[in-house]
Design a protein around this ligand. Sequence first.
Ligand code: ADP
Length: 273
Amino acid sequence: MSVSQIEFRNVSFRYQEDMPWVLKNVSFTIPENEWVAVIGHNGSGKSTIAKLMNGLLFPQEGEIMVDGQKVEAETVWGVRKKVGMVFQNPDNQFVGTTVRDDVAFGMENHGMPRPLMIERIQESLSAVGMSGYERQEPHRLSGGQKQRVAVASVLAVSPKYMILDEATAMLDPQGRKEILTTMLDVQEQRNLSLITITHDLHEVVQAERVLVMNEGEVWLEGTPREIFAKKEQLTEIGLDTPFVTKLADELKSAGVDLSREPLNHQELLEELW
Ligand code: ADP
């Protein structure tokens, strides 16, 4: 039976033998077509999880399975084709002198035939709203555009899972909005799973499920609504809640009756009407 998911089975990891464990007995599953946001304070192990999923690191204990196959040295190229990754700094992701070369690079690494590459370049740039930019020099683009090209480079390889590790952290509000819109579009069009590691609570409320990491362990897991309802537990580990949920709390303590916890401005307005 074929399974379509990424699974962490009791994974423990440390960078060196004489160093403390960075992940401790971590288990979770990322199913097909789901958007999972991973949050947690700095150093809680989020990026390490991303690197383990992509086979950039291997665990000392436990197993990571991608579509039923264990991630290990022998399987790593197949895994990287399925699990794409977009990093934080848009400037560090460019290797080509044009947008087109850049999108082609990942496909060349995977040995894809040239006619297919040409087709995929068009398709993936169109999916991120960057058609027409093929001949542009990447360093002339805005931060949001650069990250959209980075997303296109990953999409071109046709992954089933895409990890965005703080991919919006260095962008201005406009760039963040562009990436968020792109991710929503891409997930809808491509049926892929998104794993977004982020500090941006706007991004978290868009996800279907949230994993909260704390000191190398999964501290909480649930839908954004479930997670942000656990305010004390989040505060305990120094995590914030979205502005709208704070506003809803103020309204409730002022006697306004809300039937559910709103997660965005639209939901809050609906509650008030
Ligand atoms: P996060 O993404 O949540 O900020 P990381 O996964 O980057 O957390 O880091 C988890 C822990 O591992 C931190 O204590 C960090 O200092 C340590 N760490 C990260 N990368 C390395 C590395 N290359 N070598 C040694 N320790 C590292």
